[in-house]
Ligand binder design. Structure first.
Ligand SMILES: [Zn+2]
Length: 371
């Protein structure tokens, strides 16, 4: 009997050693920013949510193809809305080993540089060192204001208030080194594989990065407000290059991960890397590939809903003028403002909320709410 146990023990020990690196699949969480009624940044011809999704799915497909031991989890794999909180929950529930959030950058309409600004930046969690980095985090975090009860869900965090961001100074991420390591790999691949301008690895307070308990980065692919960059972002060819660049960075990160975790590399070592086959993308004419928006998007602030039609100047509007309404789901819904960008609407929302605490931003197309 003793001898049998001994043999079994040796067998078990050998098996464990052999499968050491395979015992647990590496879980990669890919987060395509925005979705559904949240379009993210909007360009002349395309929008952020579709670019993010396309790049995310292409990246995921490459990983599934070449890294058999990696489990790919998407926070969304279609055109629907997920809150920032839900995205973090999906990542944490899946016990992710790496979280990659994909976004597209833009600057304010008042910025004189907006048609020229270009390049990729990869963010890790931290306290911003410049107003520019803070602006990017503010814009991405502002998505939470699309939720009716965001103050409760996000524990009083106000994405528009600079003071709120102090909490990120204290949240020194224990995965910071790995996050920065992966971010630097993304940046160098964005230059060599996707031909992008390098805006560096940066830090800012992104809610979604703060709430994911794993190495986590947020990639801002390029600027949709720059027509030349938008052409690249909106094209099939450009999106494939972005995906290959992030995939290459992942492959290199995963190889190092396998090495440091002591197991033999089960993927990464033999996974192919892609190179940039033509480097003059800036001049390429890719207009044909761009999917156009069918109707112009507008943003309004909804203040209240009522089953009876209210007269203009009703006391329920609490002194707000130019109140508009639309009929939806058996209710008259009252709105103020009419903006061409979500940024503008969110700026106004802050003022409106001083009177109507429950107000939120809605997206309209051709006079109908986009859900
Ligand atoms: Zn975004």
């Amino acid at each position: 009997m003793g001898r049998l146990f001994q043999i079994l023990f040796i067998f078990a020990a050998l098996t464990c050693q052999y499968t050491g690196a395979e015992a647990k699949d590496f879980v990669l969480v890919i987060d395509a920013g925005h979705g559904g009624h949240d379009y993210g940044a909007v360009g002349d011809k395309t929008n952020e949510k579709s670019i993010n999704l396309s790049v995310a799915l292409k990246f995921g497909r490459l990983v599934k193809q070449h890294h058999k031991d990696v489990k790919v989890v998407y926070t969304r794999d279609g055109d629907y809305f997920k809150t920032l909180q839900q995205r973090a929950e999906i990542a944490n529930k899946a016990s992710g080993d790496l979280f990659v959030s994909i976004h597209t950058n833009s600057v304010d309409k008042r910025n004189k540089n907006r048609r020229k600004i270009k390049g990729t930046a990869t963010y890790t969690l931290g306290l911003h060192r410049s107003a520019e980095n803070l602006d990017v985090a503010k814009r991405e975090n502002a998505v939470m204001m699309l939720e009716d009860d965001f103050t409760a869900t996000y524990q009083g965090f106000d994405p528009n208030s600079t003071e709120s961001y102090i909490i990120f100074e204290l949240s020194q991420n224990k995965h910071m080194d790995q996050s920065i390591d992966f971010a630097s790999k993304v940046q160098s691949e964005m230059v060599s594989t996707a031909g992008r301008h390098d805006n560096g690895v940066r830090q800012a307070g992104f809610w979604v990065l703060a709430k994911t308990g794993m190495p986590a980065v947020l990639v801002e692919l390029d600027f949709i407000c720059n027509p030349v960059s938008e052409r690249f972002l909106g094209s099939e060819k450009g999106q494939t290059k972005f995906a290959k660049a992030i995939y290459n960075a992942f492959t290199s990160y995963k190889t190092a991960y396998d090495h440091s975790s002591g197991g033999r590399p089960v993927s990464g070592g033999d996974a192919p890397l892609f190179t940039d086959d033509d480097s003059d993308d800036e001049d390429d004419d890719m207009t044909d590939d761009i999917a156009c928006n069918d109707g112009e998007l507008r943003y309004r602030i909804q203040i209240l809903a009522s089953d009876v039609k209210l007269k203009s100047g009703s006391s329920q509007f609490k002194g707000l003028n130019n109140v508009d309404n639309y009929y939806d789901g058996g209710l008259y819904k009252y709105t103020v403002g009419d903006y061409t960008s979500m940024d503008e609407a969110l700026r106004e929302l802050k003022k409106v909320r001083s009177k109507h605490h429950e107000a939120f931003v809605i997206t309209m197309r051709d006079g109908k709410r986009v859900k």
